[in-house]
Design a protein around this ligand. Structure first.
Ligand SMILES: Cc1ncc(COP(=O)(O)O)c(C=O)c1O
Length: 345
C-alpha cells in the first residue's frame, strides 16, 4: 500500500485549514452573529456550508460511495487543480497524461510549474499497461487518464487500466467526465480496492448543468480530507448547492436524456459514414464523435458559414484531418448532416 504522507507536498502535509466559528460549532443555534453577514433574509444572505454536507450526503448513494469519499468543486477543472496543489512540488515533481487527451491537464501543470510527460495512445487510441508504466520517469507523481477519452471518444481498456492503477506507485486520476454515456461502470464503486485512485466526474455533461459549475472528485477519505482543507472555504455558492440537490431528485429525466443522446450518437455516426467528405468516424462512448474528413478545414469553414461550430482537433497527435462534433438535439444533428451534404465535391 502506498504511503500518502510521502506523496503529499510538505506544505500541504503541515497545512492548518481555515476554520470559521460555524464549522467549529455543531449545535442548533438560532442567532448567527459570527460571520459579519447582513442579518436580513433574502435566501442568500448567509455563507454556504463549506463542507457541502447536504449535497455530498445526497450524491454519495447515487454514486455508490460514502460522503467521506467525495469532495465538490467549481467544475471538474477546480477539483483537477487540487490534485496539482496537493501532490506536485513546482520544478520538482512531474505529471503524465495520455495523448491525444483533454487540454486542461497541461494548462494546470503549467500554472503549478510542473513538467509533463505525454504518453501517446496507440493506433486504436488505447494502451498496454506495461508500455505506459515503462515510459514514466521517477519524477512522475500523478498520471491522468481520461475514459471515455476526450477527444477520441473511446474507453481505455479496463483490464489495462486496472494493471496501471495497481502497478503505478503514484496517484492515478481517472477523468470520467463522459462516463454516463458509456457502457462501462464507474470506477467510483471500486475505490476501496485502489487507495491511489482518484476519480473525477462533472455535472456539465450528462447532467446538463455546464452553467452550474459543479465537479466531483472521489477517492480515499484521507485524500479527500486534504482537498477539503486546501480548497477555498466557500468554493461552491448557495445557488449551485440548491440547484444540484434539486437536480439529484430528477435523476430519471437525466437518464432518459442520456439514452436519447446515445441513440442520436449512433444515428449520427451511421449517417456521417455515408457523407462523401467523411473518411472515418471513430467509435464513441461519449456524447461526441471524432470524425476524420478528407479536407477538415474546408468542412469546418462550410459548417461555420452555416452557423455550425465544431471543434478542430487536427493539430492533436493522431488526429490529423479530425473534427470533434458534439451530439446535439435531433434537429441540430440533421442540420449538420444536411449542411455536410451540400458541400460540392
Ligand atoms: C475530459 C474532461 N474533463 C473535464 C472537463 C471539465 O469539466 P467541467 O465543466 O466540470 O470543468 C471536460 C470539459 O470539456 C472534459 O472534456
Amino acid at each position: 500500500m502506498m504511503d500518502l504522507k510521502t506523496l503529499l507536498r510538505p506544505e500541504i502535509r503541515e497545512l492548518k485549514p481555515y476554520s470559521s466559528a460555524r464549522s467549529e460549532y455543531h449545535g442548533e443555534a438560532t442567532v448567527w452573529l459570527d460571520a459579519n453577514e447582513n442579518p436580513f433574509p433574502n435566501g442568500l444572505n448567509r455563507y454556504p456550508d463549506p463542507l457541502h454536507r447536504n449535497l455530498r450526503e445526497a450524491l454519495a448513494p447515487v454514486k455508490g460511495c460514502n460522503p467521506e469519499q467525495l469532495a465538490l468543486g467549481n467544475g471538474s477543472d477546480e477539483v483537477l487543480d487540487w490534485v496539482f496543489r496537493a501532490f506536485c512540488r513546482p520544478g520538482i515533481d512531474e505529471v503524465a497524461y495520455l495523448t491525444p487527451g483533454y487540454g486542461m491537464y497541461e494548462v494546470l501543470a503549467q500554472v503549478q510549474g510542473v513538467a509533463t510527460q505525454k504518453v501517446p495512445l496507440d493506433a486504436n487510441f488505447n494502451v498496454v499497461a506495461a508500455e505506459v508504466l515503462s515510459q514514466l520517469s521517477l519524477q512522475v507523481k500523478v498520471l491522468f487518464i481520461c475514459s471515455p477519452n476526450n477527444p477520441t471518444g473511446n474507453c481505455i481498456d479496463a483490464g489495462q487500466l486496472e494493471k496501471i492503477i495497481q502497478q503505478f506507485s503514484g496517484i492515478v486520476v481517472l477523468d470520467e467526465a463522459y462516463q454516463e454515456f458509456s457502457g462501462q461502470p464507474s470506477w467510483v464503486k471500486r475505490l476501496e480496492e485502489f487507495p491511489n485512485l482518484l476519480v473525477t466526474q462533472t455535472f456539465s455533461k450528462a447532467w446538463g448543468m455546464a452553467g452550474l459549475r459543479l465537479g466531483c472528485i472521489y477517492g480515499a477519505p484521507e485524500i479527500i480530507q486534504v482537498f477539503q482543507a486546501l480548497k477555498a472555504p466557500y468554493n461552491l455558492n448557495q445557488l449551485t448547492l440548491d440547484a444540484a440537490l434539486k437536480a439529484l431528485s430528477g435523476e430519471s429525466e437525466v437518464q432518459a436524456q442520456v439514452l436519447q443522446l446515445v441513440g442520436e450518437r449512433e444515428l449520427l455516426a451511421r449517417a456521417l459514414q455515408q457523407c462523401p467528405e467523411v473518411v472515418h468516424v471513430f467509435p464513441s462512448e461519449a456524447n461526441f464523435l471524432l470524425v476524420r474528413f478528407s479536407d477538415a478545414q474546408r468542412v469546418k469553414q462550410h459548417l461555420l458559414q452555416a452557423g455550425i461550430v465544431v471543434r478542430d482537433r487536427t493539430q492533436q497527435p493522431g488526429c490529423s484531418g479530425c473534427l470533434r462534433i458534439t451530439v446535439g438535439t435531433p434537429a441540430e444533428n440533421q442540420r449538420v448532416l444536411q449542411t455536410l451534404n451540400t458541400i460540392k465535391t
